[in-house]
Write a protein that binds this ligand. Structure first.
Ligand SMILES: [Zn+2]
Length: 154
């Protein structure tokens, strides 16, 4: 793991434990969810509450050997976005961040929202831990301090 991803996951872990929230599914859990959805779809009989719940929000796409869990898009109910396991959130967010040239939160949300189900906090934690962006931020604030100083002197 890179230093950046370690920092990112530390912040994200804290985010979930501070708020007593359940973390997104990891690879093992997501595989289990995919199997459960497929079972529920094949089973015409009575479904469990969990199966009803899963079917109301998710579906499974089978691409070659892979089973991808997809979720109804919050912004567009007719569309679906991929659910990413916890371990892969960093990679997905990182790729989007590079794609938008170290762009900010809104650019990243725009880049991700039609493809992946990624929480806003994951994007925020990523930006807080991106060295390049943090350096840029510092430079900007140093410049403005400098201006204020000159202004006061005059
Ligand atoms: Zn950056």
């Amino acid at each position: 793991m890179s230093k950046h991803s370690e920092l990112f996951y530390k912040k994200l872990d804290d985010y979930y434990s501070d708020r007593n929230k359940k973390k997104p599914w990891n690879i093992t859990e997501l595989t289990e969810v995919a199997a459960e959805i497929l079972r529920a779809k094949q089973n015409s009989g009575k479904k469990t509450r969990r199966q009803y719940h899963l079917l109301s929000l998710y579906d499974v796409l089978e691409v070659a050997e892979e089973k991808i869990v997809i979720k109804k898009d919050k912004h567009d109910g007719g569309k679906y976005v991929s659910v990413i396991p916890y371990e892969k959130i960093f990679n997905v967010v990182c790729e989007a961040h590079i794609n938008v040239g170290h762009g900010g939160r809104d650019k990243m949300i725009h880049n991700l929202k039609t493809k992946y189900d990624v929480g806003r906090y994951a994007i925020e934690k990523f930006l807080e831990t991106c060295e390049v962006c943090q350096k840029k931020k510092k430079q900007v604030s140093c410049k403005s301090d400098h201006k204020t100083y000159h202004f006061n002197k005059l």
